[in-house]
Design a protein around this ligand. Structure first.
Ligand SMILES: Cc1cc2nc3c(=O)[nH]c(=O)nc-3n(C[C@H](O)[C@H](O)[C@H](O)COP(=O)(O)OP(=O)(O)OC[C@H]3O[C@@H](n4cnc5c(N)ncnc54)[C@H](O)[C@@H]3O)c2cc1C
Length: 260
């Protein structure tokens, strides 16, 4: 069985700031991590491998620095790592990202493709399902449990607002996973040694015979009109005095803003 896990390198958002002049993310000095949901997708692939045997490849589209995310996944136990990197991919929106990743997955071949539910920076949750559409294979999103895997089908639980659905799909299939699915394993020492040495396979638009009109900014139907940090409308009032005085003051403030 062949499993491909799509992982995205994202800035550690707890530390992200926006440049008020350019309205772009300040990435300098901000550490990058594997998108947290994708670590659950990696764990899911490794758990299937542990029980049924599988070849697990991690795949990312990004700049050369994204290699670090791939090496981290190899340290966790992935067998192989592929970096989709090409100037032609720059400026991709979710359509172009999914189109390119789908082409790479078709090129590499797989029975199960795994993605996180969403990326914590872009946050659209579009890429996984869009990859499946481009590949013309079924997809199941929000997977919280893998019930059974066989050579030609998979049965999973799909997290819903009030409980879960049990869904079966034939392979090949694409799954997007939620954090309730599992607890990602730590990298082993042996894994870390392997990750240091492994040669990351690089694929370009030429390797995938892709038409540049469908890639990057040119192939992206989304047009960004403006990006801005939302205006913070909260006022901060510090109330002093005794507990009774503070309570009275708080009540009068809440009455003034019609919250009481
Ligand atoms: C016009 C435009 C230009 C853009 N230009 C750039 C740019 O130059 N550089 C840039 O970094 N972003 C750019 N973006 C943002 C980029 O489109 C999104 O980050 C990307 O499409 C993924 O969408 P998302 O973050 O919402 O992922 P989601 O759909 O929320 O991600 C779901 C899952 O898909 C998988 N996934 C998502 N992205 C990748 C990836 N790259 N590799 C492997 N797996 C992935 C992961 O498993 C992830 O958990 C641009 C967006 C627009 C609209």
């Amino acid at each position: 069985m062949k499993i491909i896990v799509c992982i995205k390198q994202v800035p550690d958002t707890a530390e992200v700031r926006i440049n008020p002049q350019t309205n772009t993310l300040i990435r300098d000095g901000v550490p990058s991590i594997i998108n947290p949901y994708d670590t659950h997708a990696i764990e899911a692939a490794l758990a299937i491998k542990d029980v049924h045997g599988a070849d697990v490849t991690v795949l990312t589209m990004g700049p050369p620095q994204a290699e670090a995310a791939l090496r981290e996944a190899v340290a966790m136990g992935a067998d192989d790592a592929v970096l989709l990197t090409d100037r032609a991919f720059a400026g991709s929106d979710t359509w172009a990202t999914a189109f390119t990743l789908a082409a790479a997955i078709k090129f590499l071949g797989c029975d199960i493709a795994l993605c996180g539910k969403q990326a914590i920076d872009g946050d659209t949750a579009q890429v996984g399902p869009a990859i499946a559409e481009f590949m013309d294979i079924p997809h199941i999103s929000y997977i919280s449990k893998i019930e059974a895997v066989s050579a030609d089908a998979i049965t999973v639980c799909r997290l819903m607002d009030e409980g879960y659905d049990v869904v079966q799909a034939p392979l090949p299939v694409l799954l997007t996973v939620v954090k309730e699915l599992n607890r990602p394993r730590m990298a082993s020492l042996k894994g870390k040694m392997r990750a240091k040495k492994i040669e990351i396979r690089k694929l370009t638009s030429l390797d995938l015979s892709l038409d540049k009109n469908n890639l990057g900014l040119e192939g992206s139907p989304t047009q960004v009109k403006n990006i801005f940090a939302p205006e913070i409308k909260k006022d901060r009032i510090v109330i002093g005095g005794t507990a009774e005085e503070q309570t009275d003051e708080l009540i009068s403030i809440l009455k003034a803003v019609k919250c009481l």
